[in-house]
Design a protein around this ligand. Sequence first.
Ligand code: SF4
Length: 177
Amino acid sequence: MKTGLTGSVAESPSKILISACLLGQPVRYDGQSKHVDNATLELWKNEGILVPVCPEVSGGLPVPRPAGEIQGTAADVLTGVAQVTTAKNEDITRFYLCGAQHALSLCLQHNIRIAILKENSPSCGSTTVTDGSFSHKFIPGEGVTTRMLRQNGIRVFSENEISEAKTYFDSSAETNT
Ligand code: SF4
């Protein structure tokens, strides 16, 4: 934001992309949220720093919706080698790609370099995701949105790493001042 008085330029406070379900928005496949009660998140929310997104909803899927799981890796989904399917083997990859692209667009629009996304999700997972068998099992991996953001230089943390995210966010802010 330009001060207009001194001619100096101060960057607008950085923002953080966050999974909407972590803020209590009922956007999950089952119509529920995954609200996280955390003082840092509450502070950031009150400061207007958080930019919520649900990639699956912005990608065109309804609430509620059939659960999707990655059949392979998120990296392979982005290159067209693997798909995201429902338990009935319906290919819903296009919605996940569209949602990931929308999340990236938000990051570019707001100059966002950090995201806090819901663990285990085929869109938002950052260290584990469902294993593709629709049996509530998890394997190491990442969601489609997470992979796309990381490929574009955005640091992705889970809701279990909010203190680490704060350290990174604060150090980034100091670097920019
Ligand atoms: Fe939450 Fe991400 Fe799933 Fe949307 S896609 S409900 S934001 S975990």
